[in-house]
Design a protein around this ligand. Sequence first.
Ligand code: C2E
Ligand code: MG
Ligand code: MG
Ligand code: MG
Length: 288
Amino acid sequence: MEKEYGEGVYRLQQGDFGANARLRLELEHDLRKALEREEFELYYQPQYDIQRNELMGAEALIRWHHPKHGMVSPAQFIPLAEETGLIVPIGEWVLRTACRQNKQWQRAGFLHLSISVNLSLRQFQKHNLIGDIKRILKETELESKFLELEITESMAMDNVERVIRKLNELKDLGIRISMDDFGTGYSSLQYLRRLPLHKLKIDQSFIRDINHDADSAAIVSTIIAMANHLRLEVVAEGVETAQDLQFLLLQDCRHAQGYHFSKPLPAMEFERLLNEGGELLSPFYVQP
Ligand code: C2E
Ligand code: MG
Ligand code: MG
Ligand code: MG
């Protein structure tokens, strides 16, 4: 974390944020201005089809360049934005920027990239979420099948019938839905089965341990097998080493993202990767 966000963030995380009311107030105040001051940026983390050795798309991850504290982690300001309601305009900015960027890459000839956007609870609960998304797709001229939305188990636990209805509306629009941080929530398989999902993203806490903890390895293989049986796509998050990748390839996992391939990148750098062909060049790649 320190490495990716630089010193400023490290300093913020040293102090207990919960107890540091003044810092919290300061950030909240600054967060209100951050949109108009254009302090946000989207980074894009490549997602690969590891079985075919292909770049599939990217997850859009927000970054806040704070004028005083440097880069502030979304793990820190997204909860604050959520509590204050600021997440609604910020989330809309993220959606619009990600869709516009993907359209731009399509215009440059990269026709099949999907862009994946994290939704927050408030955004997901917003009654006209569907209308907002339709408008943004229209405005940016991005086809809905190139947009993917990430929700979490806790977001989906709220009001079962309403959640299912909402997800179905999104699905009918042609948008793909993935369950982020899968395995860390409390939802039952019975419930999950009812949700119209396209994809499970296995949480990085399980992937981190697959090569030194037999239980994590067993959990990961089981999730992959289950997803394959249910015809759900599966993405391993937080793949950091060649050994992780080898394990996943052998378990028939189709998709992965993580530092082993690339950190989240500014748009320009992601574009450079596209122009270079985006190959993985892994020594452990097994020809299917
Ligand atoms: P997430 O959606 O689960 O995103 C994955 C996080 O793992 C990202 O952290 C990414 O940089 C990090 N990561 C990727 N590969 C690796 C790896 O190999 N090792 C390790 N240790 N970490 C890896 P990031 O960008 O700091 O985002 C943290 C969380 O903040 C995200 O978790 C997501 O829940 C939230 N977030 C980020 N951007 C947005 C946004 O635009 N909107 C909303 N609502 N939430 C966002
Ligand atoms: Mg995510
Ligand atoms: Mg995740
Ligand atoms: Mg998350």
